[in-house]
Design a protein around this ligand. Structure first.
Ligand code: NAD
Length: 377
């Protein structure tokens, strides 16, 4: 079978869906690999590095012959017309609210898979793109905050006086939040964090940060079976806001990462809260692409809101593209391997596999995922 690795068409996407390492792996699985020329350049991977591992360098036209297309982002309608019917397409599909684009892939006869719908089970841990990318985003959020902050992060006791440590507050202690806590700690900040899932409490404490949350009955039941947060009631949100308002006024840097799958991000930081912070404070909103946790955040920009620098960079994992691509590519190839028959070395979709069921958006000309208008049975 032939695998085509596309060069991303979105100018805001520097990542790539294969690395030299994963090309080697695909060759070992018995696959032929074509890399679109220049696909890896923004991730610092020259074409020659792919060639050395046995890939052929091609053009967008090579997609037409491919049995498998690997991408970072969902293909545009234009890209879809360049794929053959029956091809497998694997990417971060951003399916919520994009039903028309899913329909387009169905009509084109593609078997499309959304990596972000991968179940969070042990077997699929090495295919978990949300984790691999969020981990880097959490790290980069602290680096971005430090770069905008006009003060030093660690406490410095010098002959000329003492610089106090920065106080960093992380809201949402999932994968990104925990990495943000760890990174801020490494830079010497005094770190606190909040979440609505009780499991987060111990994880935050184990990283040496203080946990702050409204720990009522609703909090005790806020984690879904899948490990995600539930949307909280208006009453809980009001209690949370009151607690957070007092705390934020004493912080120098706030990093927000709170998400609820398939919904707009919860609004956690108001203009009034920003106003209560010291001049020169910094806030980073990692949820900006889902509407944002911070009032006044602008996607792709650093804006001043009530005297606070509010950082709304989009695609934060892409800001560390060379690292992000290596992990993303590994996630993809591990999933692809489950689709390859060990005997024939050909593509053989196991439609009853739980990973396939959870991630397959379209197949056989139809939308098949139950969350997007399809029916599985
Ligand atoms: P996410 O990106 O969906 O959300 C980020 C965080 O925001 C979560 O911790 C969530 O609880 C929190 N949040 C939501 N609403 C909030 C609010 N109103 N106030 C404060 N915080 C709020 O989450 P994630 O990083 O993908 O992690 C979700 C869970 O999945 C975690 O428990 C994580 O440990 C778990 N996980 C499991 C596996 C695995 O088992 N393979 C892999 C990765 C993550």
């Amino acid at each position: 079978s032939l695998v085509f690795v596309a060069r991303e068409v979105d100018p805001g996407e520097p990542r790539v869906a294969a690395s030299p390492d994963t090309v080697k792996k695909m060759k070992a699985l018995g696959l032929d690999v074509v890399i679109e020329a220049g696909a890896g350049l923004s991730s610092r991977i020259p074409d020659a590095d792919y060639e050395k591992m046995g890939a052929r360098i091609g053009t967008a036209a090579d997609a037409k012959a491919a049995d498998v297309v690997l991408k970072v982002r969902r293909p545009t309608d234009g890209e879809v017309t360049g794929y053959k019917s029956g091809a497998v397409v694997i990417a971060i599909m951003d399916p919520y609210g994009n039903e028309a684009a899913i329909e387009t892939m169905a009509k084109a006869g593609l078997s499309s898979f959304a990596m972000e719908l991968m179940p969070r089970i042990t077997r699929a841990q090495s295919m978990d793109v949300l984790s691999s990318q969020a981990n880097l985003a959490g790290y980069q959020a602290v680096i971005d905050a430090a770069a905008e902050y006009d003060r030093a992060m660690p406490m410095m006791m010098t002959a000329a006086g003492t610089v106090p440590a920065a106080k960093v507050f992380v809201m949402g202690a999932g994968v990104a939040g925990l990495q943000a806590i760890a990174t801020a700690r490494r830079l010497g900040a005094v770190v606190s964090a909040t979440d609505v899932r009780p499991a987060a409490k111990e994880q935050v404490a184990s990283l040496g940060a203080k946990f702050i949350a409204v720990e009522d009955e609703e909090f005790k039941a806020a984690e879904t079976a899948a490990g995600y947060a539930k949307p909280m009631s208006a009453e809980y949100q009001a209690k949370q806001a009151a607690l957070v308002a007092d705390h934020i006024a004493k912080q120098d840097i706030v990093i927000t990462t709170a998400l609820i799958p398939g919904r707009p991000a919860p609004r956690l930081v108001s203009r009034e809260m920003l106003k209560s912070m010291k001049p020169g404070s910094v806030a980073v909103d990692l949820a900006v692409e889902r509407g944002g946790n911070i009032e006044g955040v602008v996607a792709g920009e650093v804006v001043d809101v009530e005297g606070v620098k509010v950082i709304g960079h989009a695609n934060v994992a892409g800001r560390v593209a060379a690292s992000a691509s290596l992990l993303y590519a590994k996630n993809l190839v591990t999933f692809l391997e489950t689709m390859i028959s060990k005997e024939t070395k050909d593509l053989a979709l196991k439609l009853d596999d739980e990973l396939i069921k959870a991630t397959m958006l379209t197949h056989g000309g139809a939308v098949v995922h139950p969350n997007f208008g399809g029916s599985k049975e």
